[in-house]
Design a protein around this ligand. Structure first.
Ligand SMILES: Nc1ncnc2c1ncn2[C@@H]1O[C@H](COP(=O)(O)OP(=O)(O)OP(=O)(O)O)[C@@H](O)[C@H]1O
Ligand SMILES: [Mg+2]
Length: 477
């Protein structure tokens, strides 16, 4: 699944450099030098991202963007622009550009932006199949009654414009359901913009959602168009909604009530036509009782509530899920005919799965690595799950609480190498959160952690965290 990029740039030297950079990173790149050619070319091939200059012969960047966006509202466009033309660049984001870049740009910055635009594009275009789907890369797998009920609900509400709140424990497939709802909606040809409310610092979230005017706060040197405005006509997915601060909750409530936004520091009221999907793993009723979540917002969000079952309540789906994930991971683990012994499946069906489908997927991947090139057996899955269970559940402990627990265990003789245990327990969480925050961008996550890309890739493989996207470019694996 190589991502395709259309590069529209009239400076031949710059175009050659960009083309080389992107090709080396594993993208397929087509290049044209004129705006009108770019528009024509975009109709000939399904592209994942368009990277375009602002000043172009034939058709200037802004008209190009508005015509492209009208023809292909789901295609992310990144605009490159010279300093001093920022106002135009902002104009471009209003016309439908996904992001803009100031020239001269750093290669890393460009690659980060391209990677996130590709992920954004694929969220919209790679279908999420429902039910039985052997060939699909993304599917909601499982024919249990609970899942049948989920498919029915998706069918009932997808095409209506109602707000849907997707609830379920961690790893139950909430994001997948959001994508399926979007893809089956009558807005499927319009943008789908996902915002992870927990991954963005509180101070930046409001500006991310609603945009800001120049000078709205220190550091706001230019105007910014928020995600709500960008999603106009389409769908916005607010993930981890339980993590919103009270201030942002109040603003969001207003958007839902009045269907309009105000950029931070601005007084213009901007009408937005956006369908809202939201998800959380948190106990919102409890949060409401504790006055941490607004009840009125809760009612606005949960016009329809879709609840995803825990994996342990649908153990009959496990054989299908196992086959699906083994297929999905076989390719990049270079396993030709992946197989698993029936007693291993039976044992997996009896486990409690606190991390739900995501945990099952990770366990399988690690077991496949362990068993490679042979069939996955009972001892493999038991070994992997035992290794994972020994780790303290650090997600729900403070660091001090974790250390107390670890030292308790050491005193009882249950842990002999507390120092190494600490690293082993924390490392997977560190990598997992970093890659998630970086939206799958390994280069970015590696930079944050101060490790090489090679190490990043090895660790992600070790912890079963490699996302299902393009294989890493040669030289990193
Ligand atoms: N029913 C399912 N069939 C197939 N794959 C699934 C299913 N549910 C989840 N997955 C897979 O499990 C992983 C986690 O799913 P997803 O990210 O949608 O969970 P989530 O509920 O959003 O979790 P979290 O609360 O931790 O964000 C993904 O790789 C997804 O593709
Ligand atoms: Mg999620």
């Amino acid at each position: 699944m190589t991502a395709r990029i259309l590069l529209i740039e009239d400076d031949a030297r710059l175009a050659a450099i960009l083309q080389k950079l992107l090709t080396r990173e594993g993208y397929a790149v087509d290049h044209v030098a004129r705006g009108d050619e770019g528009l024509a070319q975009s109709q000939c091939q399904p592209y994942d991202v368009i990277l375009t200059d602002l000043k172009l012969p034939g058709l200037d960047g802004l008209s190009l963007i508005s015509q492209l966006h009208a023809a292909k509202p789901r295609l992310p466009i990144i605009m490159m622009t010279a300093h001093g033309t920022t106002e135009t660049a902002i104009e471009a984001t209003k016309l439908g550009a996904f992001e803009y870049l100031l020239k001269p740009c750093e290669p890393e910055e460009l690659l980060d932006l391209i990677a996130s635009a590709v992920a954004h594009s694929q969220r919209m275009t790679i279908p999420v199949e429902l039910g039985e789907a052997r060939e699909a890369r993304f599917a909601l797998v499982g024919n249990s009654r609970a899942m049948q009920e989920v498919y029915k609900q998706i069918g009932r509400v997808a095409a209506t414009p109602v707000t849907v709140l997707i609830r379920g424990a961690t790893g139950t497939g909430k994001e997948l359901v959001a994508r399926a709802l979007y893809q089956h909606s009558d807005r499927a040809d319009k943008p789908f913009i996902a915002v992870n409310c927990a991954a963005i610092p509180e101070t930046l979230l409001e500006s991310e959602l609603f945009g800001h005017e120049r000078g709205a706060f220190t550091g706001a040197q230019t105007r910014r168009i928020g995600r709500f405005e960008q999603a106009h006509g389409g769908t916005i997915f607010l993930d981890e909604i339980g993590d919103l601060s009270p201030g942002t909750q109040a603003k969001l409530l207003r958007v839902l009530q009045e269907r309009c936004i105000q950029r931070l520091g601005g007084d213009e009221t901007i009408h937005v036509n956006v369908r809202v999907l939201a998800a959380t793993h948190q106990d919102l009723e409890k949060a409401i009782a504790e006055r941490e979540f607004r009840e009125d917002l809760f009612y606005r969000l949960s016009v329809v509530t879709l609840r995803l079952p825990a994996l342990r309540d649908r153990a009959e789906d496990i054989p299908d899920l196992v086959r699906f994930f083994m297929q999905r991971h076989a390719t990049d683990l270079a396993i030709r005919d992946p197989s698993i012994q029936p007693e291993a499946i039976a044992w997996l069906q009896r486990q409690p799965w606190p991390g739900n489908v995501r945990q099952l997927e990770n366990v399988l991947r690690q077991a496949m690595l362990l068993a490679r090139p042979f069939a996955v057996g009972l001892d493999h899955v038991q070994q992997v799950l035992a290794r994972n269970a020994q780790a303290l559940d650090i997600r729900h402990l403070t660091i001090a609480g974790y250390i107390t627990e670890l030292l308790d265990r050491a005193q009882r003789g249950e842990v002999e190498d507390a120092f190494h245990r600490l690293i082993a327990d924390i490392e997977p969480e560190l990598y997992s959160q970093a890659i998630r925050l970086a939206q799958g961008n390994q280069a970015k996550a590696a930079r944050w952690l101060g490790v090489t890309r090679l190490k990043m890739h090895d660790k992600l493989t070790e912890f079963g965290l490699l996302p299902q996207r393009n294989p890493p470019p040669p030289g990193t694996a």
